[in-house]
Design a protein around this ligand. Structure first.
Ligand code: MN
Ligand code: MN
Length: 467
């Protein structure tokens, strides 16, 4: 009896897929590395809340590590570290490898835009002596989650004379913050009968920004006037300048450890900065790679990747073509020989909402970085679906480098779905697979990830670009 049991146990160990909690598979030194890595990440979350701020931070980190801005026709050779800043909203960094560029590059693509509330182009109005900003939400949000939380305002205003004003207000403890109001439950009888998509409607997402009227009995819209006067004194802007602005309201709170054991991180915009940060760290730490490494931090993923800073545009292809030409190769040959990790998050299994997942194919917090072969919805529509061969190669690579990883799809069949930039890069004839950190409460103002999974993403990206 005893013997049989151990045979079965042995067989199980040999034949069953290992899906153990990552903490049972690491030693104390690695646990310390995991927690140390999270500290740098939380700082990044707090300083780079928007795509523009993430690019600024990336440029800073890249230049500190010897990367220089790439200009077309620059001579390139092995070991060179370069970056291209795409309009301050997306960035590509590369380390030239020792192998000929025609052997392909190792791409790692994450995105740095996150769901938020964008100001409309004519946002400011006064109603019943309160001043407000009209917003248009960006990305897929549950609108009701964005009320009654402190919001900060980030972005740029291009004035009539062409000068740029940079705005970042609500992050410093001494700054004021803004918020979207909601109905008191006492008077919400009708509101609470609406379906969840309409409890708060798009046009209800108005940002409260002031209430003191300008001191002049003659003036109408005196509160609006007072706000414009404050803005004029602080930024030198007039109302028409909003037309040429990009101002984004994002949660004003900072990233925090979650849990008595501090194993999780709560914060705004884990999607997809929990992949962008590890990808950037891996990029700057990778010296003397064999294949050229190309790390992309993209904009516009949350709205479908269109636009010249999104990955549906040609800027990645142009960059590859430029560096290929500089080294005597054709861009299309480089792309065909290249491999890509689409570094984006997946949904973490939430025990409070188990019904949206199929347990055998869901990603779990603390089981490592998640490899997602396909995304999409309604019968894999819109996915690039990585080949078995490429999935096999990545799996071998992860195991060889002691990366704790799991596989998971985005929810059970027909529960919903979603996509990443994987398809757009795969469409360039690049072998591409999704890999990233599982997230709880994805797209909420306060998302949650596991520190272990974050660190494993970093290990995975580092192993991939160095291979
Ligand atoms: Mn994402
Ligand atoms: Mn997203």
């Amino acid at each position: 009896m005893e013997e049989n049991k151990s045979v079965a146990k042995e067989l199980k160990e040999k034949l069953f897929m290992q899906r153990k909690n990552g903490y049972s598979r690491i030693d104390e030194a690695e646990e310390k590395a995991i927690f140390d890595f999270a500290e740098g990440y939380k700082k990044f979350l707090d300083t780079a809340k928007t795509e523009r701020e993430a690019v600024c931070e990336a440029v800073k980190v890249l230049e500190e590590n010897g990367f220089v801005e790439y200009k077309k026709d620059m001579k390139l050779s092995a070991g060179d570290k370069i970056y291209r800043n795409n309009r301050g909203k997306a960035i590509i960094a590369a380390v030239i490898g020792s192998a000929p560029i025609a052997k392909g590059v190792r791409l790692c693509a994450a995105h740095i835009d996150s769901p938020r509330l964008d100001l409309k182009q004519n946002p400011l109005y006064e109603d019943c002596e309160l001043a407000l900003f009209k917003t248009h939400y960006y990305g897929g949000i549950k609108k009701y989650q964005w009320t009654t939380i402190p919001l900060s305002l980030h972005g740029v205003i291009i004035k009539a004379d062409g000068t740029t004003v940079t705005v970042n207000i609500g992050e410093d403890e001494n700054d004021p913050v803004f918020c979207v109001t909601d109905l008191l439950p006492h008077l919400a009888t009708e509101q609470m009968t609406r379906t969840a998509t309409k409890i708060i409607r798009g046009e209800d997402l108005n940002l409260l920004i002031g209430s003191i009227p300008f001191r002049d009995d003659e003036a109408s819209e005196a509160v609006k006037l007072n706000i414009l006067n404050i803005l004029f004194e602080k930024y030198g802007i007039i109302e028409a300048d909003f037309i040429s602005s990009e101002l984004e309201a994002v949660p004003a709170f900072k990233a925090r450890d979650i849990g008595f054991d501090r194993s999780l991180i709560g914060g705004y915009g884990h999607d997809d900065r929990c992949c962008a940060y590890p990808a950037l760290r891996a990029a700057v730490e990778c010296t003397a790679p064999v294949h050229t490494t190309v790390t992309i931090l993209a904009d516009k993923e949350e709205t479908g990747s269109d636009g010249n800073t999104g990955l549906c545009s040609s800027y990645l292809r142009y960059f590859i073509e430029d560096i290929a030409e500089a080294m005597g190769a054709k861009g299309r040959d480089v792309l065909t020989a290249s491999e890509c990790l689409s570094a984006d998050v997946n949904a973490a299994f939430d025990p409070t909402f188990p019904e949206v997942n199929e347990r055998n194919n869901a990603a779990y917090a603390n089981k490592g970085v998640c490899i997602t072969k396909y995304t999409g919805s309604r019968g894999k529509s819109g996915t690039s679906d990585a080949s078995a061969e490429f999935a096999g190669r990545i799996r071998r690579l992860m195991d060889k480098n002691n990366v704790i990883w799991q596989t998971g799809e985005l929810g059970k069949v027909d529960a919903g779905g979603g996509g990443t930039v994987a398809a757009y890069i795969a469409n360039l004839d690049v072998d591409t697979i999704d890999m990233g950190v599982p997230v709880l409460s994805m797209h909420a103002p306060f998302e949650v990830i596991s520190k272990l999974d974050l660190y494993m993403a970093y290990k995975a990206f580092a192993a991939f670009i160095a291979d």
